[in-house]
Write a protein that binds this ligand. Structure first.
Ligand SMILES: *Cc1c(COP(=O)(O)O)cnc(C)c1O
Length: 391
């Protein structure tokens, strides 16, 4: 036996290249903002999840620096074994207050919050009903849990109802899991209907508010607030790394749920606590969320202005139905996606063209920020118009 056991990596990479699926990372050399220095070129940034422009905010920087000076750069271990800082609890209380839940717990990322929660609350004898467009972290959490997984067509309540009627009685517990704002499409889950169905069929409901926290709802409480479901019992997961400009994830829910997760979620128990700097920055971001609603208002004004420009100037471009600052323009095929990517680069626009297998159909996916200026949005529409993409 002299076959190199790693030789398959090279041939797999070749396959990825041949299919035009190869991805690479570009280097940003400036503070995160509506414009960036990207690989030496100044670009308008439509590729960020920093919806409120907080990731470069001086106040977040200051609180992170102070937390490092007071508590150091590392959290030194798992919270159960090594202890946590009061900052961790302050952040969790601020999240619970924003989400109007009894309690919350922070994880080292949103991805880990989903993995840890799903694996803790369901197992082999249980059923997960999942929207087909769910985020990777929900999908992999479901697989890791060992539960039976049934995917339902995107936001399709009638198929979900039929599956519940057929399958629910065969299992011990049942979990319905869905993004609240869908990350690659920008549309919303039908939360009130999902809650009613969950009640009716004795199911738990878990929503992933990663793109909704700080963005949706009057006070930034997410889709739960936006869709009038605050106060009902369900499991709300989110991230500190998008609108909150920091790093980490959270779960918000009842005291008992949070207490249970602290005892049973492996990706919380067996990993190092969120760093003091990340914790402090997220806490300051939540305070800003409350004190400066005008940031969220400006974000939505920008969304409206872009939609207005698109309707006026790009009648042939098809926009996916969106109810969030994630806006997708449909492309006829994957080859167009590559060409669009190059044209954007020439024009100084940073926006990803997303292709299968990440999404079912090729598209340009842009995210709007509160800190975009009108001229940024106008430039985007002008460049799109020059490309004359017809569907
Ligand atoms: C970004 C994202 C996550 C992961 O959050 P991180 O904190 O970046 O790990 C989870 N779910 C959805 C829907 C997301 O968009």
């Amino acid at each position: 036996m002299n076959k190199n056991p790693y030789a398959w990596i090279e041939s797999s990479l070749d396959t990825i290249h041949r299919a035009n699926w190869y991805r690479f990372v570009q280097t940003v050399d400036s503070l995160p903002d509506a414009t960036l220095m990207l690989s030496g070129q100044k670009v308008i940034n439509f590729a960020s999840n920093d919806y409120l422009g907080l990731a470069g905010d001086k106040r977040l920087q200051q609180s992170a620096i102070q937390a490092i000076q007071a508590f150091g750069t590392g959290s030194t271990g798992s919270r159960l074994l090594s202890g946590h800082r009061q900052l961790h609890r302050d952040l969790e209380q601020a999240i619970a207050s924003t989400k109007q839940t009894e309690n919350a717990v922070v994880f080292s990322s949103g991805y880990l919050a989903n993995l840890g929660t799903i694996t803790a609350i369901v197992g082999k004898r249980d059923l997960i009903l999942a929207d087909q467009y769910n985020h990777s972290s929900l999908k992999n959490g479901a697989i890791l849990s060992g539960a039976t997984i049934i995917e339902y067509p995107h936001c399709d309540i009638s198929t979900l109802t039929a599956k519940l009627n057929q399958e629910r009685p065969k299992y011990r517990r049942c979990l319905i899991a869905t993004d609240s704002v869908f990350s690659m499409d920008g549309d919303l889950c039908p939360l009130p209907q999902l809650l009613d169905l969950a009640d009716e069929h004795s199911c738990m409901l878990l929503i992933d508010e990663a793109h909704a926290t700080g963005v949706m709802g009057k006070t930034g409480g997410g889709c739960a607030e936006h869709l009038g479901c605050t106060g009902r019992e369900f499991i709300q997961i989110g991230t500190l790394s998008k609108a909150l400009g920091s790093l980490g994830g959270y779960v918000a829910g009842s005291h008992q749920l949070i207490d249970f997760l602290r005892n049973r979620a492996p990706s919380w128990i067996y990993t190092t606590a969120l760093s003091p700097a990340d914790t402090a920055a997220a806490l300051t971001a939540i305070q800003i969320l409350q004190q400066e609603p005008e940031r969220r208002q400006q974000l939505w004004k920008n969304v409206d202005y872009l939609k207005y420009l698109v309707t006026k100037n790009l009648p042939n471009l098809k926009t996916l139905a969106t109810e969030s600052p994630i806006i997708c323009f449909q492309l006829p095929n994957a080859d167009t996606a590559v060409i669009v990517g190059e044209k954007f680069k020439e024009a100084g626009i940073f926006a990803p063209a997303i292709r299968p297998p990440t999404v079912p159909t090729s598209r340009i996916r842009i995210t709007i920020m509160a800190t975009h200026e009108q001229s940024h949005l106008e430039k985007l529409v002008q460049v799109l118009a020059e490309m004359k993409i017809g569907m």
